[in-house]
Design a protein around this ligand. Structure first.
Ligand SMILES: Cc1ncc(COP(=O)(O)O)c(C=O)c1O
Length: 471
């Protein structure tokens, strides 16, 4: 017998059929099934069990059978029966399902790039915006909708991206995806045949996502002026994927000359440029560099994400598409997941139109700028690059320095970790320049000075001091 029951707010699937088939009596089958549910953690400590009469009715057993099973499990220590408050699950040792929820332990000082300070997520502003957005939402917002995403959010983004990033965005050409990685995968499915040129070094996960979608990857070299298309062929490539505002991971800004060269290459190759503007809002020392897309909207797909400004868990990203890609992308999105979850979209639209998003970005920018300044002060004896923007810098290792792998090991002994240039290369080769990719987003504010101190001590012990000329 298989039954679902709902009482006292708990919903539990109990399968008594296996034991019964093996000749087990109903009471033994119920005991075994409950014991297994408690042991495995499916029934958490303190969970109230249904009244014996209710469970008996649900399972088609006599009340006496259920009472006897409860008493047996109470005697074994799995349940606690309290007069007046019913029977609850006891606190028993078991594989802990909640502790860590399967997340790997983080090192004490985490300076890997990629994750913002998730502790500074604007909970109060988000809740206010969600309450207002859901109260005002038309009933249709809770149904199936346009695969491009909620019109409220697309309109709000069109305004925001034009105002803040100089993008050429009309709501009809915006598509909301579940994170940049989904957007990348959809484009890989939709664009005409051909390889994807991807920055080298670049984020390995995004290369894997493109490969997973069945595309070949061609390395796109990066130097001090950013991505260099001069060696790219003009046949056989469908897209070049770029991080123009703050190259990931070297931190260079794409030079004006290269912006022109890339657009010219894309025109000649009949390819698109995918502009990954992942941290474009975080620019510290001068005016933000406008989006490349604003200069060539037919050639460039613009991609933004909430992963750095709000939190990776929000899973909202947006594409601004050339007109010819709108219909194919709608089709691909529909078959991927029909549409991105709508309630978060309504909330983000409200954050944008109320300008709470701008206020949050401004506060975050000031926070990350303070962190960057603290990091640069601590690293005054070491040249670092890519400091004008974003949430990470690159510290190229000077000749004679210990290799990245040795520094990582010695850092681990201090509870410290960071990224490396080599892990971002398409095909690392001996003799490649090495470097440390130092993210300053991840630690909580209170933990950040400790992380920087650990880094300074490591570098003081391991690297020769090289006074920086830029200060
Ligand atoms: C280079 C780069 N692009 C984009 C993203 C955002 O990805 P997503 O929106 O899928 O979280 C990240 C996040 O770490 C990133 O490092």
């Amino acid at each position: 017998m298989t039954n679902d029951w709902t009482t006292f707010g708990v919903d539990l699937h109990l399968d008594l059929s296996a034991g019964k088939a093996a000749g087990e009596g109903a009471r033994a089958a119920l005991e075994r099934s409950l014991r297994e549910a408690v042991r495995s953690g499916r029934l958490a400590t303190g969970t109230p069990l249904p009244a014996t009469r209710a469970l008996a009715g649900e399972l088609g057993l006599s009340r006496g059978t259920v009472t006897a099973a409860y008493e047996q499990l109470a005697a074994e220590g799995y349940l606690i029966a309290r007069h007046g408050s019913g029977t609850r699950v006891a606190d028993v040792a078991r594989p802990e399902r909640r502790a860590g929820r399967g997340e790997p332990a983080r090192p004490r000082h985490d300076l890997r790039p990629g994750t913002p300070d998730v502790g500074s997520f604007p909970v109060a502003a988000w809740l206010r915006a969600a309450r207002r957005a859901l109260a005002d939402a038309p009933p249709a917002a809770f149904g199936y909708g346009d695969p491009r995403g909620r019109p409220e959010l697309r309109a709000a983004l069109a305004d925001y991206l034009g105002r803040v990033r100089g993008a050429d965005a009309a709501p009809g050409r915006i598509l909301i995806a579940s994170g940049y990685v989904q957007a990348l995968g959809l484009l890989a499915r939709v664009l005409p045949p051909g390889a994807f040129a991807m920055e080298d070094p670049g984020l390995p996960f995004h290369r894997e996502a493109v490969r997973h979608a069945g595309r070949e990857i061609v390395p796109l070299p990066v130097d001090a002026s950013g991505a260099d298309p001069s060696a790219l062929p003009t046949t056989g490539i469908a897209a070049a994927v770029l991080t123009p505002a703050h190259q990931y991971p070297t931190g260079v800004t794409l030079h004006a000359e290269r912006r022109r060269a890339l657009v010219a290459w894309a025109r000649a190759a009949g390819a698109v440029l995918l502009e990954d503007d992942y941290d474009g809002e975080f620019r510290y020392d001068r005016q933000p560099v406008g989006a490349l897309q604003g200069t060539a909207p037919d050639q460039v797909v613009y991609a933004g994400t909430a992963a750095k400004t709000l939190a990776p868990a929000v899973r909202l990203a947006w594409l601004v598409l050339p007109s010819r890609l709108v219909e194919p992308m709608i089709r691909a999105k529909r078959y991927a997941d029909f549409q991105t979850e709508a309630l978060g979209q309504l909330t983000l639209a409200e954050l944008l139109t109320s300008h709470a998003y701008d206020r949050h970005v401004r506060t975050s920018r000031a926070r990350y700028r303070r962190r960057r300044d603290l990091l640069l002060t601590a690293l005054a004896d070491h040249p670092v690059e890519g400091i004008a923007a974003g949430q990470h810098v690159l510290l190229p290792l000077p000749p004679g320095a210990p290799p990245e792998s040795v520094l990582l090991q010695r850092a681990a002994a201090r509870g410290l970790t960071f990224g490396t240039l080599t892990e971002h290369r398409h095909q690392p080769a001996p003799g490649d320049p090495q470097g440390l990719v130092l993210g300053y987003g991840t630690p909580r504010d209170a933990a950040f000075p400790g992380a920087v101190a650990a880094l300074r001590e490591l570098l003081g012990a391991e690297l020769p001091p090289v006074p920086r000329l830029d200060r």
